[in-house]
Design a protein. Structure first.
Length: 89
């Protein structure tokens, strides 16, 4: 790997800020979003939609969702089997 490839890798991972000449090669976030409108409210270029897309594409988003599912399952199990059971059941 040469110096330029290392720099592009660091810029893509958010470690370094891109140079002004690097920004011309960079794709716009709205170009990655395929549908023009979402729920007929949010256009492709809307700030809300871009932020939600950024959050959804973040590497730890999937882990966060899995954590919420696991916590919900534990809560449901505790609520169903441990709390409020009559003695004779």
């Amino acid at each position: 790997m040469d110096e330029e490839e290392i720099r592009k890798l660091l810029v893509n991972n958010g470690i370094l800020k891109p140079k002004p000449e690097d920004k011309k090669d960079e794709k716009k976030l709205s170009e990655e979003i395929h549908a023009d409108n979402s729920i007929y409210l949010f256009h492709r270029d809307s700030c809300f939609r871009k932020n939600i897309y950024f959050i959804q594409k973040h590497p730890s988003f999937e882990n966060f969702v899995m954590l919420l599912i696991a916590l919900s399952s534990v809560k449901l199990a505790m609520e169903s089997y441990l709390i409020g059971e009559p003695e004779d059941s």
